[in-house]
Ligand binder design. Structure first.
Ligand code: ATP
Length: 245
């Protein structure tokens, strides 16, 4: 790791780049993941590289959806594993919910590397893709899931999702919570709650929201969820990007 001084104006951005490159070197992240990360960086720049009010609102709803779930599952790909392994593990412990490895570009080696990386960061349960359970409405490698994980989940947390699987999960009747810096993506538009923020900034906020809301009643979670309009949140995010403020 190169030394980036904390005072550097692009500190977080540079640290994340290093984490992504380290992810590729460790066999966790695909090279395609670097391109997806670059698109995220550009959008992050346009939202001001800060967690805006539309993200905070979605984070609260995301926490309520995950707490209300009977069987929540955290889906992890190579980018998320490289960027926020400790936070994903902490979320799994707090809810509690299993982590499940699910990647777009098929590679058993990379799946194993992601699983090992999460276990090294203290995950208590890491489920792997299987051919015992397949998602409907989708053809890619992401259809292979674990029968006790994503397959039977009622709420799936899928940071940095691809649109096809988000649509498939929704068509299977599941709630989807995502983190996506692009409010125009199919994922953002299809999910139940879209946190338009950098995953690295959103995870600590989501952890804090879950820790706070778990003290509240199921009635409070329900109220938070029923008053929520994901499309309004996406419009606010898009307006921020277009305004260039
Ligand atoms: P879709 O299939 O949903 O229309 P896509 O094909 O554009 O989306 P992918 O390339 O599968 O999306 O995934 C990359 C997405 O992840 C992009 O929308 C990008 O903005 C977002 N992204 C990249 N890095 C981050 C990050 N650090 N935090 C949050 N979102 C990110």
């Amino acid at each position: 790791m190169s030394e980036v001084p904390a005072s550097h104006p692009r500190y977080l951005s540079l640290k994340l780049r290093e984490a992504m490159v380290a992810g590729v070197e460790k066999g966790i992240t695909s090279v395609h993941g670097l391109i997806a990360h670059g698109r995220g960086e550009a959008l992050d720049y346009l939202i001001g590289e800060a967690s805006q009010s539309f993200a905070l609102e979605a984070i609260r709803v995301a926490a309520a959806l995950l707490l209300r779930a009977t069987h929540p599952v955290i889906s992890v790909n190579g980018n998320a594993a490289a960027m926020v392994p400790a936070e994903l593990t902490a979320l799994g412990r707090l809810l509690p919910a299993p982590l499940e490895v699910n990647i777009f570009h098929a590679s058993q080696l990379r799946e194993q590397a992601i699983g090992d990386h999460l276990l090294a960061h203290g995950a208590h349960t890491v489920l792997m893709p299987t051919d015992q359970a397949l998602l409907s409405f989708i053809e890619s490698n992401r259809r292979f899931v674990h029968p006790e994980g994503i397959f039977r989940a009622d709420v799936v947390f899928v940071p940095l999702e691809d649109g096809d699987r988000c649509q498939a999960l929704r068509r299977m009747g599941k709630e989807v919570v995502t983190v996506d810096l692009n409010p125009l993506s199919r994922t953002a538009r299809t999910a139940s709650a879209t946190i338009v923020d950098n995953l690295a900034r959103a995870m600590p906020l989501l952890l804090a929201a879950v820790a706070q809301l778990r003290q509240e009643s199921a009635g409070t979670w329900q109220e938070i969820i029923s008053g929520y309009d994901n499309h309004a949140v996406l419009r606010a995010a898009e307006a921020r990007i277009r305004s260039g403020a």
